[in-house]
Design a protein around this ligand. Structure first.
Ligand SMILES: Nc1nc(=O)c2c([nH]1)NC[C@@H]1CN(c3ccc(C(=O)N[C@@H](CCC(=O)O)C(=O)O)cc3)C=[N+]21
Length: 284
């Protein structure tokens, strides 16, 4: 029997519809939620993502503004731009598209974003609050994965979640959010010896490695829920995840496809956080 497909496009659309309703309420009160996306340089992949984000904002009636800066932008110029956005009344969320050019200190840039506008949830204060279980913007990809699990009726408490990958934006916060829902969490990474011996124990397996088709049938336990966070290009330049879908299909109980799984949820939660930021402003 094949695995149940967790449809991120469909679940994402359902959440976006609810977010669109909140946009209508805000507009009735004279406030249009606004997202600023800062793009430095001309990374082709980044340009595509950024276009998707803007289209998604417009589709639900939000304002979005692209601040496109040349590759040669200095760190100081970028910090000045962010400080201007921090002060803007019409901008409620700020996203600085990563990766940044190598001459720019990413940590410094992210730390400059006002925490109440940090809709990516990447700043040190946001991360600290998340760790403490305090109210804050959750990073969009792990937040989106939590929503996928919730909408699919997958139980988390008491389950063994194994995370493959420990990036600041996916692996680490993913484990934290699952822990907060009472999963037992194991982090694995590139230095983990005998990876399959760990991943085979997973009730919930999160693949966030960034290598095409890296997770094969030997990594997956019968009946596991497999979440594929990867976005890679295969040898034919086709979009694919970290999981070898054809191999794992039928072993997993549930699986997310790429495309159409986690990706659309990342953008959905960005819209969600931005509307929340606007609502917070109205409340204060
Ligand atoms: N500050 C920052 N925040 C981010 O959230 C951020 C970032 N930088 N840098 C780049 C990554 C990547 N990312 C994606 C979002 C949606 C899809 C997505 O919607 N993917 C579609 C397919 C899109 C296609 O066909 O190319 C899918 O999986 O179905 C993919 C990738 C956000 N990122």
């Amino acid at each position: 029997m094949s695995s149940a497909i967790i449809n991120g496009k469909e679940i994402g659309q359902e959440i976006r519809n609810a977010v669109a309703e909140r946009v209508i309420r805000l507009k009735e009160q004279g406030l249009t939620p606004g997202l600023a996306v800062v793009l430095v340089g001309d990374n082709q992949a980044s340009a595509t993502y950024v276009r998707n984000k803007q289209k998604s904002c417009e589709a639900i009636g939000m304002y979005s503004e692209l601040i496109k800066l040349p590759e040669e932008t200095t760190q100081e110029e970028l910090l000045t731009q962010i400080q201007l956005l921090n002060q803007r009344e019409d901008i409620h969320g700020i996203l600085v598209q990563l990766p940044l050019p190598k001459h720019i200190d990413e940590d410094k840039v992210i730390a400059t974003i006002a925490v109440e506008k940090d809709v990516d949830g990447f700043s040190p204060v946001s991360v600290g609050k998340m760790m403490l279980g305090q109210e804050t913007f959750l990073p969009c990809t792990p937040f989106g994965v939590m929503k996928l699990l919730e909408y699919s009726g997958i139980e988390i408490a008491g389950k063994h979640a194994v995370i493959v990958g420990r990036s600041h934006i996916v692996g680490k916060p993913m484990g934290q959010l699952l822990l907060q829902k009472d999963a037992t969490v194991t982090y694995t990474h590139s230095k983990t010896p005998d990876l399959p011996s760990f991943t085979k124990q997973a009730d919930i397996l999160i693949a966030a490695v960034g290598r095409a088709n890296f997770i094969t049938k030997e990594h997956v336990k019968e009946g596991a829920v497999v979440i594929d966070v990867g976005i890679n290009r295969d040898d034919n330049n086709k979009l694919c995840g970290d999981v070898n879908f054809a191999e794992v299909d039928g072993i997993a109980s549930h699986i997310t496809p790429v495309p159409g799984g986690v990706g659309p949820m990342t953008i959905t939660m960005l819209l969600f956080n931005t509307v929340q930021a606007a609502e917070n402003k109205l409340a204060n």
